[in-house]
Design a protein around this ligand. Structure first.
Ligand code: ADP
Length: 225
């Protein structure tokens, strides 16, 4: 690992909802020990606890819209500034807009590091709708399951923490379609922003989980970004 990044590695998972960002991030966290920062999980926790942020965020999330930048940016900034002594960060679901990307670059640079790699998991709308409507999530720890391909050992109970495994409010078909539209509206600009930096790794999100993971893992091990 080079001196320039202060020994701390920063990886961003990018791609449409349902492309497998969260699943791959969980695996990377287990193997590499990087701190997984999922803005979706942070917001869902705020909704669950009915905090002021949660109450504001819920309306947007249920509709499949983005939570405003002035709500999400301070949360991430605070989280970053409080995280010391971690080997790296793994962003999942952030940044999603140009102001978010600019804030991230600024805070990371103040910390003496920068985004080393953006893993762009891409797949088709058809696969996304199929995956998300079967997806189930542990409401306590956020672990991801699938009714057909990866059910929990005991129906409705998380294998890891015994929490309730539920259908997320925004995984209904109508909201999935809206989330995809919102994603498409934001993508072009963000992709261009990352491409210009030469840090993008595109991975086929339609591959089986372990195959996408092997590609990502090999890239991260070979290239000390
Ligand atoms: P997915 O990637 O499958 O859409 P997430 O769990 O990342 O799921 O996000 C769920 C919802 O949380 C989004 O639809 C959006 O409303 C909100 N959200 C998450 N991250 C952000 C972000 N960086 N900016 C704005 N809203 C966000």
């Amino acid at each position: 690992m080079g001196e320039s990044n202060n020994g701390m590695r920063v990886i961003v998972m990018f791609g449409p909802p349902g492309a497998g960002k969260g699943t791959q991030a969980q695996k990377l966290q287990e193997e590499f020990g990087y701190l997984h920062i999922s803005t979706g999980d942070i917001l869902r926790e705020a909704v669950e606890k009915k905090t002021p942020v949660g109450l504001k965020a819920k309306k947007c999330m249920d509709k499949g819209e983005l939570v405003p930048d002035d709500v999400i940016i301070p949360i991430v900034k605070d989280k970053l500034e409080r995280s010391i002594n971690v080997p790296g960060f793994l962003f999942d679901g952030f940044p999603r807009t140009i102001p978010q990307a600019e804030m991230l670059d600024k805070v990371l640079s103040e910390m003496g590091t920068a985004i080393g790699r953006v893993i762009y998991l891409n797949t088709t709308a058809k696969i996304i709708v199929k995956r998300l409507s079967g997806r189930r999530t542990c409401e306590k720890c956020g672990k991801i399951y699938h009714m057909v391909t990866l059910p929990p050992k005991i129906d409705g109970k998380c294998d890891e923490c015994n929490g309730r495994v539920i259908l997320r409010d925004d995984d209904s078909e109508e909201t999935i379609i809206r989330r995809l539209k919102v994603y498409e509206q934001q993508t072009a600009a963000i992709l261009k922003y990352f491409k210009k930096k030469g840090i993008l790794l595109e991975v086929d999100g339609a591959l089986p989980v372990k195959d996408s993971y092997e590609i990502i893992r090999a890239n991260l091990i070979q290239e000390k970004v």
